[in-house]
Write a new protein. Structure first.
Length: 94
């Protein structure tokens, strides 16, 4: 399965991509929401993993823009547990 991982923290991105790769997934890394939004890779991915807490274009805006752009792949959202609740509430209230 082809995954797109959108994560701006290099160490987190490397760790997650390595573990997913060892589990048989093909992972394409994107270091920012902007990079992912500008890339054709998002269209080829079978699923997208996005960090909600990114800078510049945050994960919530990234998800909205991906959906507005017609992408309907499954999304897996990840974030530090302490901040996840508030961000998910805002995302689903939109």
């Amino acid at each position: 399965m082809q995954l797109l991982l959108i994560e701006d923290w290099r160490s987190s991105c490397d760790w997650l991509a390595d573990h997913l790769g060892h589990s048989g997934f093909v992972v394409t890394r994107s270091g920012s929401a902007r990079e992912a939004l500008d890339s054709a890779v998002a269209r080829a991915a079978e699923a997208i993993i996005v960090d909600l807490g990114m800078g510049r274009v945050d994960g919530q805006n990234c998800v909205s823009r991906l959906r507005d752009g017609g992408l309907d792949q499954p999304l897996l959202i990840h974030r530090r547990p302490a901040q996840l609740g508030k961000q998910l509430a805002r995302l689903f209230d939109q």
